[in-house]
Ligand binder design. Sequence first.
Ligand SMILES: [Zn+2]
Length: 72
Amino acid sequence: MLLKIIVLTVIVIAVWHGFKFVGRLDSQRKAKLARQASEDAKIITDTVQCPTCNAYVNAAAPGSCGQADCPY
Ligand SMILES: [Zn+2]
């Protein structure tokens, strides 16, 4: 009877630690995803379409597409 209680206690502790481990992996994964999302957000910039050549240029720092009548 005592052995059964000990074995049951060990199983409960093992399962508890297993859930803690899975929870830690999950939170690490979520933190990684959040970090990647914020890095992706930094890369994305607004673009505006050039009326002359229809090319999309960076709205923050528009550069000429090379055509003579390009407004940028
Ligand atoms: Zn242009």
